[in-house]
Design a protein around this ligand. Structure first.
Ligand SMILES: Nc1ncnc2c1ncn2[C@@H]1O[C@H](COP(=O)(O)OP(=O)(O)OP(=O)(O)O)[C@@H](O)[C@H]1O
Ligand SMILES: [Mg+2]
Length: 327
């Protein structure tokens, strides 16, 4: 029987298939013809069109800040992804990786979308659990751990054990906020208007929290004064501010969670350190920046962006564990 873990992220959908491993990672994106409502391009092909489509085509991200906002597009996109990873989805079971404290209403949307995409049984688990499982850390009742998942639109942060979440929160902050802020920052400092694909690429290639990091990239855009195409070289230092401002905000919230913990839990947390997951934690120097700010060890194991779905796969493959952590 087909068993899957699905991380239907704001930016990227990842799918883990029991027996195969991670089988898909593609933008959560579709294009829609405005007049007919027809869905044309899906996933990677749709994202490539961002900012380049003519007036009659919309590029839609059906998951916004970690929540499904367009059920029709979400269902069609999920169906497209499922067809890519399995010949038959009838009777398939799926675990959805959802933000911490995902509401009943939000889960009902997932269920409707999953059913309409052909899935039969759906369960849910919160991303902090999966972030830790994805890094091969065993969960127990007596050893609480602390994890942060920073995605494109949502950050979840929680201290928990196998017994449940001790303290946690989610916030609508992530890589997308940084991308938007980088666009404004480049406009102000270089008089250059850049698109969102360029901004994201800039963040992902030269974005860094390491002081004096001197990486740089050439970016192309439109001169704000003349309207003509122009290129400039942008360095890590040039975009440090629009990245750090959101990282600092996230860490302020993480500190709030840490402050809420009972003393015994705090002591264990300090010893265990913090587990990081989500694409944004790939920014150069991220773990060291967090460790310095929170004064505890920060772990990023393997591929941070895939950690959640990998953890989802581990949970789906272990019925007893899944029973303990499912929502
Ligand atoms: N090397 C990198 N440096 C900085 N940011 C990165 C890097 N790689 C990916 N990202 C960013 O990580 C985000 C995507 O991460 P992830 O796949 O964890 O998010 P998501 O699951 O789609 O979103 P969410 O969890 O918010 O619903 C995007 O904002 C992307 O630009
Ligand atoms: Mg995510």
């Amino acid at each position: 029987m087909l068993r899957l873990a699905i991380d239907f992220g704001t930016s990227v959908t990842k799918i883990y298939k029991i027996g195969s491993g991670i089988v898909l990672a593609e933008p959560t994106c579709v294009t829609v013809q405005k007049e007919t409502g027809e869905l044309r391009a899906f996933g990677a092909e749709a994202k490539r069109l961002l900012g380049k489509t003519a007036e009659l085509t919309d590029v839609i991200f059906p998951v916004y800040e970690g929540e499904i906002v367009d059920e029709r597009c979400a269902a069609a996109l999920l169906e497209y992804f499922l067809k890519k990873v399995a010949k038959r989805t009838y009777g398939a079971e799926a675990l959805f990786c959802v933000p911490c404290a995902c509401s009943t209403q939000a889960r009902e949307k997932y269920c409707r979308v999953a059913r309409s995409a052909g899935l039969s049984r759906v369960t849910f688990a919160e991303t902090p659990y999966l972030a830790v499982l994805g890094q091969d850390v065993p969960l127990s009742e007596s050893n609480p751990v602390f994890a942060i998942d920073i995605g494109a639109g949502k950050t979840s942060c929680a201290a928990f054990s196998l017994d449940g979440i001790i303290a946690g929160l989610t916030m609508n902050v992530g890589g997308n906020n940084m991308d938007v802020h980088i666009i404004d920052h480049v406009a102000e400092n270089f008089n250059l208007k850049i698109g969102s694909l360029t901004s994201e690429k800039l963040k992902n290639t030269v974005g860094s929290l390491i002081e004096n990091d001197n990486q740089s990239a050439i970016v192309n855009g439109r001169d704000i004064a003349t309207g003509k195409p122009r290129s400039v070289s942008v360095s890590s230092a040039d975009i440090l501010f629009p990245i750090r401002v959101y990282v600092d905000k996230i860490l302020e919230y993480a500190e709030l969670v840490l402050k809420k913990l009972p003393a015994e839990v705090s002591a264990v947390m300090c010893k265990n350190g913090i587990y990081l997951a989500g694409g944004v934690t790939n920014i150069a120097g991220f773990a060291d920046y967090v460790a310095d700010r929170l004064q505890m060890e920060a772990h990023v194991g393997g591929d941070a962006q895939m950690a959640i779905v990998l953890g989802g796969g581990r949970a789906v493959g272990n019925a007893a564990l899944l029973k303990r952590i499912e929502l």
